[in-house]
Ligand binder design. Structure first.
Ligand SMILES: [Zn+2]
Length: 267
């Protein structure tokens, strides 16, 4: 039985208790190096979240992509990494994940300098729609999972957009615990965003990918990728931004990478 059928029947029968198969753990260990670095308690939580995620999400393969257990596990594990310590259902508004073998075409509408709405076709590795759909290119999903520390992970990026959109707007401000938390978030992320834009304009290389300069929503999604994949670098360069993300995700990825960044090639 595939992971889809197994976990769906497990989840419908016993949503809070299930057996996560050893073969799935083996697949995660092989395809996602970050999994091995998680503390045992978080690994167990991840298994629970994956069960919920797979049990409540539709997966569609497009352009001939056959959905394997490895594909379902990789997407689900990376998506659930973001919500390991969130108590609610992993992604309450999400209903469908659409997977393509590789980058897919997407039409973007934008009003240009002539004041006219133009349509442009671009190649995308991922998209997050506010209606609860996420589109992903499998080769990028797999590449993001297998490279632990390059700061690029399309799955983390698109699912950060899903969390951001839970309040109705993909604007870089997710749902926070209280009014004070919103004030602090706006102040801290606003300051980092301005400083980052200045550095990008001056052509400086920063710990955040320049794509973060696109909009506040993209700043949050790119900062999320960096938080999970370059936590020590982000903590050193932008400690207050790291602290805000640590507070939102209720996770401290820098602790998972202890000893890892000492290798010269990872600094
Ligand atoms: Zn984005």
């Amino acid at each position: 039985m595939s992971i889809l059928n197994t976990l769906r029947s497990e989840f419908s029968r016993q949503p809070t208790k299930h057996a996560f198969k050893q073969e799935w753990i083996h697949t995660l260990k092989n395809s996602m190096p970050l999994y091995a670095r998680l503390p045992p308690a978080l690994k167990e939580t991840l298994h629970q979240k994956i069960t919920h995620f797979v049990g409540t999400t539709s997966f569609e393969g497009r352009d001939g992509l056959e959905l394997s257990d490895e594909i379902i596990l990789s997407v689900s594990a990376q998506a659930c990494l973001l919500v390991l310590n969130h108590e609610d259902a992993p992604y309450p508004d999400l209903h469908t994940v659409v997977l393509f073998p590789t980058a897919f075409s997407s039409t973007i509408e934008a009003i240009e300098d002539d004041g006219i709405l133009h349509e442009t076709t671009v190649q995308c590795e991922g998209e997050s729609w506010e209606d609860g759909t996420v589109l992903l290119a499998w080769d990028s999903v797999n590449g993001g999972a297998s490279n632990l520390s390059d700061g690029e992970n399309v799955t983390l990026h698109e699912f950060a957009h899903q969390l951001d959109a839970l309040d109705g707007d993909t604007d870089g401000v997710p749902i926070l615990s209280c009014v004070d938390a919103f004030h602090t978030w706006a102040t801290v992320l606003g300051e980092h965003c301005c400083d980052f834009l200045e550095k990008v304009m001056q052509g400086e290389v920063t710990v955040l990918d320049p794509y973060a300069a696109t909009s506040p929503g993209e700043f949050f999604a790119v900062a999320t990728e960096t938080f999970f994949e370059k936590p020590h670098q982000l903590k050193a360069k932008r400690p207050s931004l790291y602290a805000e993300l640590q507070g939102f995700y209720k996770l401290d990825p820098a602790a998972w990478f202890e000893g890892y960044i000492d290798s010269p090639e990872n600094v």
